[in-house]
Write a protein that binds this ligand. Structure first.
Ligand SMILES: [Zn+2]
Length: 148
């Protein structure tokens, strides 16, 4: 008596049909080789690290765009009091500004110029970028910047 269920799990044919789904790579960086987590010559970050940063930035862009749409809807809403609208307009300006910063970061990820310190041009460590994807300065320059 053959146990069909047990055989199916070990059947190499079944494993092969499952493989394409496991190997699917998001079409984010068409210029990158997909075979391994290689280091990119123009940046200190690997393609996998850049992908993680890009996803985080895209998520931030998504939420800011949504927030902007909500604010604009509120400004155009006749039910919202005029006195409240100046505050909303100020919010729109600030969200637009931060959206531009996120877009700029995403552009630099695409151009592989992301992760350089604006102050000294050195490579900002991945751990710092992961925690703060919009960081423009290395730790030293940030400290100098904050102290004036
Ligand atoms: Zn620096």
């Amino acid at each position: 008596m053959i146990d069909r269920g047990g055989d199916a799990a070990l059947d190499p044919g079944t494993a092969r049909t499952r493989l394409p789904a496991l190997m699917a790579v998001p079409p984010s960086f068409p210029n990158f080789r997909k075979d391994s987590d290689i280091m990119i010559s123009d940046t200190h970050l690997s393609s996998v690290q850049l992908d993680i940063i890009r996803e985080e930035l895209e998520e931030q862009l998504f939420w800011r765009t949504r927030q902007l749409a909500d604010l604009e809807a509120a400004v155009n809403d006749d039910a919202v009091e005029t006195s409240a609208k100046s505050g909303l307009l100020a919010d729109i300006v600030s969200v637009e500004r931060s959206t531009a910063v996120v877009r700029k970061a995403l552009k630099s990820v695409a151009e592989l110029t992301y992760g350089r310190c604006d102050g000294c041009g050195s490579a900002i460590p991945y751990e710092r970028l992961k925690a703060r994807p919009l960081a423009c300065f290395c730790m030293d320059c940030q400290r100098r910047h904050e102290n004036g």
